[in-house]
Design a binder for this molecule. Structure first.
Ligand code: FES
Length: 252
């Protein structure tokens, strides 16, 4: 390298020092800051990794070390089954299956007992149906029997009553129903003796229409049990019944 001419070196020496430092100082500061940040990051990573790299301090009491020669681990070999694994499994399956069967039988018996206990008793079942001997009821007469705690009217109608019931213009009634829908045999009218107004028992062969009359509030029913006058909104109810024989009827 050639030496600078004396005039040039003199010129460099003559430049003020603060101008040189003002150019180099920002770059030096930036690199120092970067180095400082790198150091900070590295130390943080070292701290975190150091937490996980720590050697565990737990010493197992069962560890066979020389510092603790008194530790004795018991042997369970005497309790191990000497039979083969398949034979053990067969026994376990048998026990599980047997216990399951016993539990199912117990549950079935419990449910069965409960249902039998809750079902209707024999005397209640006997009241569910009532058989009536119609031969004992003369024509033009009305009998009342008790069925399921309610009165039932059985009327042996005369031919005039049948004609009267059939010829009524039922379309204009408040509960329109033809007589043929209310009887299975025209001479036998069977219906519940409960007033459809508020539940009184009407009186037979009374009222303005020759049928039934309820004295509680003055409802009149005709010879087919249809509401004709008074506050009763509906006809007297016809229960389920069937003629078991010619002269016998079963209600219910
Ligand atoms: S209960 Fe029969 S008219 Fe009121």
């Amino acid at each position: 390298m050639r030496p600078l001419p004396s005039s040039a070196s003199g010129l460099l020496r003559s430049r003020p020092a603060h101008r040189i430092t003002s150019l180099a100082a920002p770059q030096c500061l930036a690199s120092q800051q970067q180095q400082q940040q790198r150091r900070t990051k590295a130390s943080a990573v070292d701290q975190v990794s150091g937490q996980y790299d720590r050697t565990p301090t737990f010493d197992s009491p069962f560890k066979n070390n020389e510092n603790n020669p008194t530790t004795k681990i018991p042997s369970f070999k005497n309790y191990m089954s000497k039979r083969p694994e398949s034979s053990n499994k067969t026994f376990q399956y048998f026990m599980v299956g047997g216990m399951g069967l016993l539990a199912a039988a117990g549950a079935k018996a419990t449910v069965q007992d409960f249902l039998v206990n809750m079902s209707a008793s024999a005397d209640v079942l006997a009241q569910a149906k009532v058989e009536i001997d119609l031969a004992a009821i003369p024509e033009g007469k009305n009998v009342i029997i008790k069925w399921r705690g309610k009165p039932v009217f059985v009327r042996h109608r005369t031919s005039d009553e049948i004609k009267d019931a059939e010829n009524t213009d039922w379309h204009k009634l408040r509960d329109p129903q033809p007589d043929s829908e209310r009887v299975k045999k025209p001479e036998w009218l069977i219906m519940l003796g409960v007033c459809t107004h508020l539940g009184c028992v009407p009186i037979g062969e009374a009222g303005d229409f020759g049928g039934w009359f309820c004295p509680c509030h003055g409802s009149h029913y005709d010879v087919s049990g249809r509401a004709r006058k008074g506050p009763a909104p509906l006809n007297l109810e016809v229960p389920m019944y069937d003629f078991s024989e010619d002269e016998k009827v079963v209600i219910g």
